[in-house]
Design a protein. Structure first.
Length: 85
């Protein structure tokens, strides 16, 4: 689950809003609006995979909160990647 701190960190950086929306749309599963909760969030399997590749550990293990700075770094990387393509 995304912490409020991560959301606020992104909201304080308007230059990343567009990138955040694009990534949210890319990562949301098809038909997300048909299932509760009606939020365009990535699948639990994808988030587990990303968590393990970012922080290590084992799949399915309890997870510490995602750091805001890591999400901001990811969005900056995505923005730069999209710009160079």
């Amino acid at each position: 689950m995304m912490s409020k701190g991560v959301v606020w960190a992104v909201l304080r950086r308007p230059s990343l809003w567009g990138t955040a929306m694009v990534q949210l749309a890319r990562l949301a599963p098809t038909g997300w609006w048909k299932r509760w909760p009606f939020l365009p969030r990535p699948s639990a399997d994808y988030l587990d995979f990303r968590y393990v590749t970012q922080y290590g550990g084992q799949h399915g293990a309890p997870q510490a909160p995602i750091r805001s700075e890591d999400v901001l770094d990811y969005l900056r990387w995505c923005k730069e990647w999209n710009r160079t393509r």
